[in-house]
Design a protein around this ligand. Structure first.
Ligand code: LLP
Length: 406
């Protein structure tokens, strides 16, 4: 996006998240088009960026929502996602969450264990309902991504083995309160190679065929999320190839392909803006200290993730610097050895590819208020989340029992 960053920062201050809604549209349409000719649903992974405006924008385009808590389900409903486009996944769900999801009559509750299936069955029986379910299968495929975001191996906590899944489907089919209509897998995030996706699809499609042979008809083939994006110079998968690989594995099946992209929609639709506070030199080491920190954007600290960082309208000889925040942790950095020109107080740095798992993973650590969020649509800017104040942060403490105080 070509933006007047300086005036946006004057208007909204920093730290600030900025999202390009036109790019979100483009990304959604690219993916939807890739599956054209097939029944498909793009269920946006709300966890990647759960701002109501983002979800609403995608809902208006026709997207569904992949949610991992009842909070996310509520966000999706509030943002106008159709009930029959909402999926509730996650490795552990409280009874109250299951109950609410059943009452809302969303498309699917995704099960991750036999124990969970029994809970859902019991609660559905209490409510006199039949729960539409899918089962998350763990195909034991190495996704070749960062171990923290790899989820499709047996050593990961997610899903159930093929054999367990089969047993669960047979049980569910006989139950008066379960309706097994979906199958789900998600082998990992930031996938940049097609072969693990093809392999996992093949394994799961074979299970669908064997279920069909015993009279269990699966209608939704949920391939999860995971489509990688470019942060630096990595090669990624283009949506057309992604779709082709999936479609090649489900030949002969009359099934709706559900995808759950998060990062693909949002990572490169967002940037994070932070202001320089000062520079300092510790021995040979140059530090640029900024007003954004690990509490705003955790990915560099948590995964050693790379985000390209650039100075706005600043010339001069570039030298390497660590870009660090004010949080009291050595791990508080946004970038290491970033080539930057000499910087002054109030200069602005752009941290790229920050639209996914940026704001949603932010916290109040060090009693820092969370950043504001702004959307850019057709060249106009809209505040979509106000900057969090100190009062916002202490409200829930101040409203508590204070009778212990003398
Ligand atoms: N569906 C399921 C079941 C998932 O677990 C995830 C992500 C997605 C969809 C969306 O995946 P995506 O399309 O965004 O790759 N915080 C990490 C990413 C964690 C992803 C967890 N699951 C990061 O910042 O890289």
């Amino acid at each position: 996006m070509s933006l007047d960053i300086t005036s946006l920062v004057k208007k909204y201050d920093t730290p600030l998240y900025l999202y390009d809604f036109n790019n979100i549209t483009k990304r959604y349409e690219e993916l939807k088009d890739a599956f054209s000719g097939k029944k498909s649903l793009v269920a946006y992974a709300v966890k990647s960026n759960s701002n109501l405006a983002v979800i609403r924008h995608l809902a208006n385009l026709g997207a569904g929502a992949d949610c991992v808590s009842i909070g996310e389900v509520r966000r999706a409903l509030k943002a106008g996602v159709k009930k029959y486009h909402i999926i509730f996944s996650g490795v552990g769900k409280r009874d109250s969450e299951i109950r609410e999801a059943l009452k809302e009559d969303i498309l699917l509750i995704n099960l991750e264990s036999e124990a969970e299936m029994k809970r859902v069955e019991m609660i559905a029986a209490e409510l006199g309902k039949e729960a539409r379910i899918s089962i998350r299968v763990n195909p034991n495929v190495d996704p070749k991504t960062h171990p923290y975001i790899s989820t499709g191996l047996h050593e990961n906590k997610f899903g159930v083995s093929i054999d367990t899944a089969k047993r669960m489907y047979i049980y569910a089919k006989k139950s008066d309160h379960l309706n097994p209509v979906g199958i789900h897998f998600h082998i990992g995030s930031q996938l940049t190679e097609l072969s693990p996706i093809t392999e996992a699809c093949g394994i799961v499609a074979d299970l669908v065929r064997s279920l069909d042979a015993i009279g269990i008809e699966i209608k939704f083939f949920d391939i999860g999320g995971g489509l990688g994006v470019i942060y630096d110079d990595e090669k990624t998968i283009v949506p057309a190839d992604y779709a082709k690989a999936i479609i090649s594995q489900i030949k002969g099946l009359d099934i709706t392909i559900v995808s759950e992209p998060g990062r693909y929609m949002m990572a490169n639709s967002g940037i994070f803006l932070t202001s320089v506070l000062y520079e300092k030199q510790n021995g040979d080491k140059r530090f640029v200290i900024v007003d954004g920190a690990m509490n705003d954007l955790l990915r560099p600290s948590l995964y050693n993730a790379y985000h390209k960082i650039e100075a706005v309208q600043k010339e001069g000889q570039k030298t390497p610097a660590d870009v660090v925040g004010p949080v009291c942790e050595s791990g508080d950095f946004l970038g290491k050895n970033v080539e930057l020109p000499p910087l002054d107080h109030h200069d602005i740095l752009v941290v790229h590819s920050a639209g996914a798992y940026g704001f949603t993973m932010s916290s109040n650590y060090n009693t820092r208020g969370r950043a504001a969020e702004v959307a850019i649509l057709d060249g106009k800017d809209y505040l979509i989340r106000a900057r969090e104040t100190f009062e916002d942060q202490v409200r829930l403490e101040e409203s508590c029992d204070t009778s212990w105080q003398v």
